[in-house]
Design a binder for this molecule. Structure first.
Ligand SMILES: [Zn+2]
Length: 668
C-alpha cells in the first residue's frame, strides 16, 4: 500500500465544481465564481441529451476556463462497450493534450484501461461507480490509481466525514441539484421501461412519473432537489475536497446564480440564510429542497415535483446575457539589436516567456514603439484583454510585423500548452480467463428455497437472512453497506463462514476486500455494470471468480464473455432505494408490496438490509425453452415475489425446457 499524507490543512481551499452543459453555462459558471467545471464531449457521458461539447468547441472551453483559472473535468461516466474502447482511448488522449485537468469515469474497465495506457491522466471515480464506503474509495486508489472519488449521494454527514478523513484520495460530494431516487449507479428503471439505459447516459427519468402503491397514486419516487446550503459551514470541516453542483441540462442563469450563491457562503464560511435559500429555489427547485440523506432524516418530506408555480418562478428569474470580463494580461517585450526578440506574458501568477527572430538593424525606416505596441495588443481572438504593456528596444531596429504577431500568438499558445503531451495508443483487448460454467440463484429467504434447489451449484441468501443450517452455500452482500454498518455485516460474515458458506455474491467494489478476507469465493453481481472486456479483466485479476454481466448486454455482445453469467431467469431489481417507498402507504411492518405504473405494470417492492428497498421490473426474464441460446454462459436466477412452490416449478420448467406462459423478457 502506498503511503498517503492526508492534507487537512485549513488553508486548502474547498473546490466549487459547477456543471457546464454548453458554452453559455460555462460562462455562467465562470462568472459565478466556480473553481472547476465538468462537461461532456458529445459521446461518452451520462447526459446524452445535454447539448455537450465537440472536440472542436471543447478546446475553446478549456482555454476560456483556464484563462480564468478554472479547471475543466470531462465526464466519461457511462459504461462502454468493447467496440467503443479504442475511440475512448483516442478521445482521452486528445482531450488531455488540450489541457483537460481530469476525467470523471464510471466504468471500472475504462478506469483500468486509462491507468494502463496513460498513467499520467487524472481520473476521478464517478458517483455512478457506486462508492459509498472507505473500502470502495481505497480500492479504486490502490488498484486504479484514482485521485478522487465522487461519493454516492445517499451518504449521511457522518459517513461522508468518515470516508473523507480516512480515504487515500480526495472526495467530492454533491451539494446542490436534482437527486436520483435510486442508489447511485444502480438504476435500471429507465432501461426496463423503454430501453433507455441510465448507465449509458440515456435516462428517461421514470422516477418523475406517478405510481400507485396500495391505492394511492402519487410521485413516490420523485425526490426534491437537494441542497446542503443550509449546512455549508460544517461541510467545510468534513475533509471533502470538492462540492459539486448538479445540472448539465440547466441554463446559464441557473448555473451562474447557483454558483454565485455557493461562492458567497463558502467564502464567508457560513450557512445560507433563508433569503438565499429562496433565491436558490427560485432558480430551480421541486417544491423546495431536501437535505434528508445528509441529516439521516429520511421521510416523505424528501419527495417533490416540479410544479407550474416552480416553473413560473424560474421563468421570472431569467436574466440578460452574461458578459464575462476577460482577464487582463501584462505584456513585456524586448527587441535588442542582434538578440532574439523576447516576449513575456503575465496573467495573475502565471508567467510565460517566448523567444522569436533575431532583431536586425533597420535599412530604411526603423520600427516605432507604437507599431510594436499596436501589434502586440491584438488579443481579440484570445480569452485575454490587455493590461500593462512595456516595450524595451534598441534604436534603429527592424522587426517585421509578421514576426511580432508570431511572437504574440506563440506566447498565447504556450500559455495553454500541456506540459506533457501524450501519444494516442491502440486498444488491445485483453485475453480473458474463461470461468467454469455454473448455475447460481439468489433467494429472498430460507422459506422460499424449494426441494429441487440442487439444480444450482450455488444458492445465495441475503446475508441478513442467512442462519446456520441453511440450504444455501452462498451469501449475498447488500447493495449498500455504509461504514457505519460494517461491524454488523462483519459479524454476519463470520457467522456465515463458520456455517460453512463458501461463496459471496458481492454488489460493488467496496465489498471485495472484506469478502476476500473472510475467505469467500467471489461472484460479482450485475450491479458492477460490466459491459466490456477490460472490466471483466480488471475484476478477475482482483480475485473475482465469475461475473454476472450487465442485463443491458445483448446476446451478441455477451458472446465474447464465454463462461460468465447471464441473468437467465427472474425479475431484476430496477431500482435500489435508500428511502423506503412503502413507509407511507403499505407501511413497514412487512415492508413488502406492489407499485403500479401508468401502464398498469406491477412492480414488486420489498425492504432489504438497512431498510432500503428493491423495486423489481415487472416482467421476468424467461429462457427455459431457449437454453441452447445461452449454453455458453453461466446462468443466474433471481427469485423475488415467487412462493416456494413457484420457485420449484420454475426450476422444473428449466429442467424440462418448458415453453413460457404469460409475459416475459428474452435475452436476445
Ligand atoms: Zn419500509
Amino acid at each position: 500500500m502506498r503511503s498517503f499524507e492526508k492534507s487537512l490543512d485549513m488553508n486548502t481551499k474547498i473546490e466549487i465544481l459547477a456543471p457546464a452543459g454548453d458554452y453559455d453555462a460555462l460562462v455562467g459558471a465562470i462568472y459565478g465564481g466556480a473553481d472547476a467545471v465538468y462537461l461532456g464531449v458529445s459521446e461518452f457521458n451520462a447526459r446524452i441529451r445535454a447539448k455537450n461539447f465537440t472536440m472542436e468547441t471543447v478546446k475553446e472551453a478549456v482555454r476560456l476556463a483556464h484563462a480564468h483559472g478554472v479547471k475543466v473535468y470531462i465526464t466519461l461516466n457511462t459504461a462502454l462497450y468493447d467496440r467503443e474502447l479504442s475511440k475512448m482511448l483516442e478521445y482521452t488522449c486528445e482531450l488531455h493534450n488540450l489541457g483537460v485537468d481530469a476525467f470523471i469515469v464510471a466504468d471500472f474497465g475504462v478506469m483500468s484501461l486509462i491507468k494502463a495506457t496513460y498513467p499520467e491522466i487524472e481520473v476521478h471515480a464517478s458517483t455512478q461507480s457506486t462508492i459509498h464506503n472507505l473500502d470502495g474509495a481505497n480500492f479504486v486508489v490502490d488498484t486504479l490509481g484514482v485521485k478522487r472519488v465522487v461519493l454516492a449521494r445517499e451518504l449521511s454527514k457522518k459517513n461522508i466525514e468518515y470516508v473523507s478523513k480516512n480515504a487515500k484520495c480526495e472526495t467530492e460530494i454533491f451539494v446542490h441539484g436534482a437527486h436520483c431516487m435510486s442508489v447511485s449507479g444502480q438504476c435500471l428503471m429507465s432501461y426496463f421501461q423503454g430501453g433507455r439505459s441510465g448507465n449509458r447516459g440515456e435516462c428517461a427519468q421514470p422516477c418523475r412519473l406517478p405510481y400507485t402503491i396500495n391505492g394511492k397514486s402519487s410521485y413516490h419516487l420523485s425526490l426534491k432537489d437537494m441542497s446542503l446550503a443550509s449546512n455549508a459551514k460544517e461541510i467545510l470541516d468534513l475533509g471533502v475536497a470538492s462540492l459539486k453542483i448538479e445540472g448539465r441540462m440547466k441554463s446559464e442563469d441557473y448555473v451562474k446564480g447557483t454558483v454565485e450563491a455557493w461562492r458567497k457562503i463558502i467564502d464567508e464560511k457560513r450557512n445560507a440564510k433563508k433569503e438565499e435559500i429562496k433565491t436558490l429555489g427560485d432558480l430551480f427547485s421541486r417544491q423546495g429542497f431536501t437535505d434528508g440523506y445528509y441529516k439521516s432524516k429520511i421521510d416523505a418530506t424528501m419527495l417533490g415535483i416540479r410544479t407550474q408555480e416552480n416553473k413560473d418562478t424560474t421563468k421570472l428569474q431569467a436574466e440578460e446575457k452574461i458578459v464575462l470580463q476577460k482577464p487582463s494580461v501584462d505584456i513585456c517585450a524586448e527587441f535588442y539589436l542582434g538578440k532574439e526578440s523576447k516576449l513575456t506574458l503575465k496573467v495573475g501568477e502565471k508567467e510565460i516567456t517566448v523567444l522569436g527572430d533575431i532583431v536586425e538593424e533597420a535599412q530604411n525606416a526603423p520600427i516605432s514603439r507604437e507599431d510594436i505596441i499596436k501589434n502586440l495588443s491584438k488579443l481579440g481572438q484570445t480569452p485575454f484583454s490587455l493590461g500593462k504593456i512595456e516595450v524595451l528596444k534598441s534604436d534603429n531596429i527592424m522587426v517585421r510585423v509578421s514576426s511580432i504577431n508570431a511572437l504574440r500568438r506563440q506566447a498565447v499558445e504556450k500559455y495553454f500548452e500541456v506540459v506533457r503531451k501524450l501519444e494516442v495508443k491502440e486498444y488491445k483487448r485483453p485475453e480473458l480467463k474463461e470461468p467454469k460454467k455454473i448455475k447460481t440463484a439468489v433467494f429472498r429467504c430460507e422459506e422460499q428455497i424449494p426441494q429441487n434447489v440442487d439444480y444450482f451449484d450455488v444458492v445465495f441468501l441475503p446475508i441478513d437472512k442467512y442462519k446456520n443450517g441453511s440450504r444455501a452455500n452462498g451469501i449475498q452482500l447488500p447493495p449498500v453497506i455504509f461504514d457505519s454498518e460494517w461491524q454488523e455485516i462483519e459479524k454476519m460474515m463470520d457467522n456465515a463462514k463458520s456455517g460453512g458458506i463458501e461463496w459471496a455474491l458481492i454488489s460493488n467494489i467496496g465489498q471485495i476486500e472484506r469478502a476476500k478476507k473472510h475467505g469467500f469465493k467471489l461472484i460479482a453481481d450485475y450491479r458492477f455494470n460490466v459491459f466490456n472486456a477490460s472490466c471483466v479483466d480488471f475484476l478477475t485479476k482482483n480475485g473475482i471468480e465469475n461475473i454476472i454481466l450487465a442485463p443491458e448486454l445483448s446476446l451478441a455482445q455477451a458472446r465474447s464473455f464465454k463462461g460468465y453469467s447471464l441473468i437467465s431467469y427472474g425479475n431484476i431489481p430496477a431500482m435500489t432505494t435508500h428511502k423506503c417507498v412503502l413507509k407511507d402507504t403499505v407501511g413497514c411492518e412487512k415492508c413488502e408490496g406492489y407499485m403500479t405504473d401508468r401502464q398498469g405494470a406491477k412492480l414488486f417492492v420489498h425492504g432489504i438490509y438497512g431498510h432500503r428497498n428493491l423495486i423489481y421490473n415487472s416482467v421476468p426474464v424467461y429462457m427455459a425453452d431457449k437454453l441452447g441460446d445461452i449454453s455458453d454462459f453461466s446462468n443466474h436466477f433471481i427469485f423475488s415475489s415467487e412462493t416456494r412452490d413457484e420457485c420449484g416449478k420454475v426450476i422444473n420448467a428449466y429442467k424440462n425446457k418448458k415453453a413460457p406462459n404469460g409475459t416475459f423478457r428474452r435475452i436476445k
